[in-house]
Write a protein that binds this ligand. Structure first.
Ligand code: HEC
Length: 207
């Protein structure tokens, strides 16, 4: 062992093994310190402000879009024809799909195939016999069974559009949670007059 190196030796010794005082380079220590300091504002920014993933930002845009769209639909009636009509409105249904993904998918899965909540894509329903019943279930929930009441979250118009979206899930059955409740008749056909008289979105562009 050469002499100059001995100056770096620490003065303890274990079983003949001695240790150098070998500090980390300054650049390394300051880089490490910088990452520690940056993490606080970064966490605040990411969770508290704009720092969303691209996926989140996309979903936020869809949600904003859905809300703007709802502002344009005005007050919708929770009747059969209105629900059936909006089931065919691709723009409204795309907006509701993002709402469903954000608020309902934890229990019903994004494709509606069921998890904690029942499969919404099959023909068996627990609380629904007519398509317009869906509005009430979403509004009031089934608190005893774990279905949240959404009346405070969604406006009446949103409830109608969400009911239309849920009803539309049944048109694309997905193998998921086993059927619960009773098998019900298919949704009725949309009366042609209702379609002709009042589908704002379907005809808006052709005028
Ligand atoms: C916390 C879990 C949970 C969330 C979140 C949730 N649901 Fe449910 N949902 C349930 C459960 C559980 C049931 C079954 C209720 C019962 O057994 O009567 C249910 C039932 C339903 C039904 C009736 C199904 C039937 O067969 O009668 C509809 C419609 C429905 N949910 C729509 C929605 C929509 C729309 C959302 C989002 C806005 C939503 N749910 C969010 C748990 C949830």
């Amino acid at each position: 062992m050469s002499e100059p190196e001995n100056e770096l030796l620490l003065d303890h010794e274990y079983d003949g093994i001695r240790e150098y005082d070998n500090p980390l380079p300054a650049w390394w220590v300051y880089t490490w310190l910088a990452t520690v300091l940056i993490c606080f504002p970064y966490v605040a920014w990411f969770h508290g402000a704009e720092g969303r993933t691209i996926q989140d930002q996309y979903e936020q845009e869809l949600t904003d879009f859905a809300q703007a769209m709802i502002a344009t639909y005005g007050d919708l009636d929770a009747d059969q024809d209105t629900i059936l009509r909006y089931m065919q409105d691709d723009v409204a249904m795309a907006g509701m799909a993002s709402q469903f993904k954000g608020k309902c998918a934890t229990c019903h899965r994004a494709d509606g195939s069921g998890n904690v909540g029942p499969n919404l894509t099959d023909d068996s329903w627990i609380n629904v016999t007519k398509v317009e019943d869906i509005v009430g279930v979403i509004r009031n929930g089934v608190p005893a069974k774990g279905m949240t009441a959404w009346g405070g979250t969604f406006s009446d118009t949103q409830l109608v559009l969400m009911a239309a979206y849920v009803a539309s899930l049944r048109l694309h059955p997905v193998d998921g949670k086993a059927p619960q409740g009773n098998e019900i008749a298919p949704w009725p056909e949309l009366a042609p007059t209702a379609n002709a008289s009042g589908a704002p979105a379907a005809d808006a562009g052709t005028q």
